[in-house]
Design a protein around this ligand. Structure first.
Ligand SMILES: NC(=O)C1=CN([C@@H]2O[C@H](COP(=O)(O)OP(=O)(O)OC[C@H]3O[C@@H](n4cnc5c(N)ncnc54)[C@H](O)[C@@H]3O)[C@@H](O)[C@H]2O)C=CC1
Ligand SMILES: C[N+](C)(C)CCCC(=O)O
Length: 505
């Protein structure tokens, strides 16, 4: 059935798509909601038009999905890693083959530019391919003990894992969570954000087509209530969450009650440090990459841009020139580099941060206002002009709080020691960046910044081989890279006695 939606994609344009297929998936197929209660409209951000209805799953449906996942888990965990790898490689191949269609659907639901969505879909299949590669390498250790006795360890799956996703990278988040989970022999029940329910179910269909047992990757739709049901379900072994800090705390609290493992990928207010000895053109490009991907709705964005005072005028001139040149508009057009924000209330929240910044003394160098594109089709879309704020201070709201929109705050600094102290003066710690040509300084700064990632002379590149995750209130656990295997598996120790029992009793 998803085929039918995907198959309409080649000819689809902004403002033309309507989705009526069921968006839940378990037992190997799309499942219609049991009842049409608490339905929420889902919007196409570029037009403000209703794209489909999101019908949240209740307790009975969540239970069905988890049961279906558990049954699949019992089969999947018995397969050799190499067998699981073959299925996952097939899933990666199918995604790659349909990348344009999936990317287009993602754009229609999320509002980001097609250029970016294509990258997101590529990162998704690469992630599945990467963990397929690791599935066959899972192994334990053999430990020799006295008298010929020995012990060995087995790396075993956890069981049914829950993935709860945010709306900014819908398909990619579902892949980042499911790929390591499945590689280790787990099943996953995934709940997308209620604002972007459309593409996770495509991933479920692709896994099915690739040959996973029915139920191995399920999708349940819903918001906080459905998420709560998932976190509280006794058959769930682990919850991996991407979203805001307040919700992350609730997820951790609920999971604690059942002693479930958690991975939390939360928000950020990451610093980007630009030293006067940097290659300025690259630093300017890096600052844009750090702020304007996905309309600024990225958790690891480097939104506090600290620039060494001597180069501030040149930096501002170049950064403003490039920001003003960003083509904002119809996200399905190849030339567009920034699309629409996720929703009207979110756009208003972001614009509210800009007015608050002005009240607190910041100077808007460009953007920060809504855009109504000339194309009549896009009149109801949630567009705004990307914004650069000057005259910022560390105590301003725009510098302290996560805006999650295209708003860059620029701050001057004088010394390395000073800027490191200021950069670390936050409860967040997701990412950070430094631009300098001095290699000693680069590594010293990387060591001293309190964040899960430090980009040196670039920003926001995230190859799937590289671990990603936060320090401090930005969360814990990691996604991507080899280490994530440890977050989706548990170690069993088997102790073998080769002699007689030397009993104390
Ligand atoms: N770290 C990141 O990548 C993201 C950060 N955010 C930040 O959060 C703000 C709010 O965005 P939201 O989508 O409302 O984030 P959120 O944290 O409320 O939602 C994230 C996910 O958690 C689910 N959820 C909500 N309440 C839950 C509960 N009690 N139990 C279990 N699951 C629950 C949501 O349905 C969604 O799937 C954004 O403006 C932004 O500042 C939002 C999205 C992604
Ligand atoms: C892909 N990347 C690194 C730009 C962002 C991924 C993290 C997120 O979900 O916001």
């Amino acid at each position: 059935m998803a085929q039918s939606i995907l198959d309409t994609m080649p000819g689809a344009t902004t403002g033309t798509v309507l989705i009526s297929d069921p968006l839940n998936f378990w037992g190997g197929k799309r499942v219609k909601p049991m009842q049409e209660k608490n339905t929420e409209p889902v919007f196409e951000p570029a037009t403000g038009r209703i794209l489909c209805q999101m019908v949240p799953c209740g307790a009975e449906e969540v239970d069905e999905a988890i049961k279906s996942a558990h049954a699949a888990y019992l089969q999947w965990r018995k397969m050799a890693g190499m067998e699981r790898a073959r299925v996952m490689l097939e899933a990666a191949r199918i995604i790659r083959e349909r990348r344009e269609k999936i990317a287009k659907l993602e754009v229609i639901n999320n509002g980001k530019s097609i250029t970016e969505a294509l990258v997101d879909i590529d990162v998704a299949w690469q992630c599945i391919e990467y963990y397929a590669g690791l599935a066959g390498t899972l192994a334990g250790q053999h430990i020799q003990l006295p008298g010929g006795s020995f012990a060995y360890t087995r790396r075993e799956p956890l069981g049914v894992c829950v993935g709860i996703g945010a709306w900014n990278y819908p398909f990619q988040i579902a892949s980042w969570k499911s790929a390591p989970a499945l590689a280790c022999g787990n099943a996953m029940v995934f709940k997308p954000s209620p604002m972007t329910p459309v593409t996770a179910v495509i991933l479920a269909e692709i896994y099915k087509e690739a040959g996973v047992p029915d139920g191995l990757f399920c999708v349940v739709q819903g918001g906080a209530d459905t998420g709560t049901l998932l976190c509280q379900h006794p058959k769930v072994a682990k919850v991996s969450f991407t979203g805001s800090v307040p919700t992350g705390k609730k997820v951790m609290e609920m999971s604690a009650k059942g002693v479930k493992q958690v991975t939390l990928e939360l928000g950020g207010k990451s610093p980007l440090l630009i030293f006067k000895d940097c290659e300025l053109e690259n630093a300017v490009k890096g600052a844009l990459m750090a702020n304007f991907l996905t309309q600024g709705e990225v958790c690891c964005n480097g939104t506090r841009v600290y620039v060494q005072r001597e180069i501030m005028p040149q930096f501002l001139e170049k950064v403003v020139k490039r920001t003003k040149a960003i083509p904002v508009g119809d996200p399905l057009l190849d030339g567009t580099r920034m699309g629409a924000l996720i929703s009207k209330p979110h756009l208003e929240k972001v614009l509210g941060f800009v007015s608050q910044a002005k009240k607190e003394g910041a100077k808007v160098l460009c953007g920060g206002e809504p855009i109504v594109p000339s194309d009549p089709n896009l009149k109801g879309g949630y567009f705004m002009a990307p914004c650069v704020l000057d005259n910022c201070r560390d105590d301003m709201t725009c510098v302290k709080e996560e805006i999650f929109g295209p708003v860059m705050s620029v701050l001057p600094f004088d010394t390395e020691e000073e800027v490191i102290g200021r950069a670390n003066n936050t409860t967040f710690g997701l990412a950070s960046g430094v631009f300098t040509r001095d290699i000693s300084r680069a590594h010293r700064v990387a060591e001293n910044l309190e964040a899960g990632t430090c980009f040196i002379n670039n920003y926001n590149i995230s190859p799937v081989e590289v671990p990603f995750g936060g320090y401090k209130m930005s969360g814990f656990g990691r996604e991507n890279g080899q280490v994530t295997i440890e977050y989706y598996s548990q170690l069993k120790t088997v102790v073998v006695e080769m002699g007689d029992v030397d009993s104390l009793f």
